[in-house]
Write a protein that binds this ligand. Structure first.
Ligand SMILES: Cc1ncc(COP(=O)(O)O)c(C=O)c1O
Length: 392
């Protein structure tokens, strides 16, 4: 792996997160990319720009450093930084047109469902919900209108695993794009472009930021024509990440590898403990041998990540459970250093109508845990004390 910026030489992801994308600064020799807080750049003379930069919506050096960095980490050729994960998804959906249809995987993030169901529906871009982990069902769902498959794996919130290379092979054969939301995994754990996907995206608000202090989105592609169109959409629509947020993300990515290792070490132990506890009815964590997609996850990702979903037995009061937690915060979002817990049916997936939620398995008793990097014993004590206290 050689840095695209050409400034550093390295082979491994742990080095790429630190050295990738840095543009350097000829003026001062600063070791970090400066925060270019400027909306515009001066011309030398009429028709002659002083540098490659003209206007910060079109391109900004701090944002570009982030875009080069994420592109390098995902094994792509071009990266794009947006104002949020939803702005990134919106940017991607602008690639399609009226009468096209997008297949979405069965448990996508509620906002992904909502943008298609509430906004793009008005523009006659339709969607179909398909269990993308079932390749026969997926193959059958293709019609000539289907132009893309947008999937999450492991998906939010049931951690359903989809075989990225198998989907990409089918989609390619049908003339459609494969788009993977890699938010739950990050490029440190899974690299969809290398598995045949055409577009990879992130809610960078999550693990990429890692500190619950930035809202941003990222998109990476390999194909030059897709890159040209995405840049035109990013510039034309203007939902860009600002230079301060771009800087914060570059700073966060430097610790992505060590953070993810710590998240996953805690999650693997907690998932095992939850699975062994009599209060837990169902547990969803793709690194458990008994989980759906265990073998596929092992093949396409480094490990199972740090998101766990579970249901408590009927004789546990989930309101009492949430109320008794002291360290783990009840909040939307995920991927921060602090552990967060949520109730998908009333929070992250509330925008999906109840009948569809139930069809796809998001019950009112489902709990989703984003495992942070606190000490394992503190997390264990908080979680299991709250479970014990919730017994009816
Ligand atoms: C998997 C996934 N994709 C996309 C999004 C949207 O990202 P953002 O909240 O940054 O707009 C989220 C947000 O929770 C998410 O979990």
């Amino acid at each position: 792996m050689k840095g695209m910026s050409g400034l550093a030489d390295y082979q491994y992801m742990e080095s790429a997160v630190i050295h990738g994308g840095i543009y350097g600064d000829d003026l001062t020799g600063a070791v970090n990319t400066p925060i270019y807080l400027t909306s515009t750049f001066e011309f030398d003379s009429l028709g002659k720009l002083r540098s490659e930069w003209e206007y910060s919506r079109t391109g900004n050096p701090t944002r570009r450093a982030l875009e080069v960095l994420i592109s390098e980490l995902e094994g792509g050729n071009s990266g794009f930084a947006f104002a949020s994960g939803m702005a990134a998804i919106d940017g991607i959906l602008h690639l399609f047109q009226s009468e096209d249809c997008i297949i979405i995987s069965k448990n996508v993030y509620g906002g992904t469902f909502r943008i298609l169901n509430k906004i793009y529906k008005n523009f006659n871009l339709s969607y179909k919900i398909v269990d993308t982990s079932n390749l026969t069902e997926l193959e059958k769902a293709f019609t000539s209108e289907v132009k893309a498959v947008l999937l999450e794996t492991p998906a939010n919130p049931l951690l359903t695993v989809t075989d990225i290379s198998a989907v990409a092979e089918i989609a390619k054969r049908k003339g459609a794009l494969t788009i993977v939301d890699n938010t739950f995994m990050t490029p440190y754990l899974q690299r969809p472009l290398e598995l045949g996907a055409d577009i990879v995206l992130h809610s960078a608000t999550k693990y990429i930021s890692g500190h619950s202090d930035v809202i941003a989105g990222l998109v990476v592609v390999k194909d030059k024509e897709l890159a040209r169109r995405l840049h035109s959409i990013q510039n034309g629509v203007g939902a860009i990440a600002g230079p301060l947020d771009s800087f914060l993300l570059i700073r966060s990515i430097k610790t992505l590898a060590v953070r993810m290792d710590a998240h996953v070490a805690n999650a693997e132990k907690l998932a095992q403990a939850l699975q062994n506890h009599s209060a837990v009815k169902n547990i969803y964590y793709p690194a458990l041998k008994t989980s759906q997609g265990y073998e596929i996850q092992k093949k396409q990702a480094k490990n199972g990540g740090a998101m766990i979903s579970f249901e408590l037995e009927e004789n546990y009061d989930i309101h009492k459970f949430f109320k008794s937690l002291k360290l783990i915060a009840l909040a939307e979002s995920l991927g921060g250093v602090e552990s967060l817990i949520c109730h998908p049916a009333s929070m992250t997936h509330a925008s999906i109508p109840k009948e569809i939620r139930e069809q796809v398995g998001i019950t009112d008793r489902l709990i989703r845990l984003s495992v942070g990097i606190e000490n394992y014993n503190d997390l264990y004590n908080d979680l299991f004390f709250a479970i014990e206290g919730a017994r009816i």
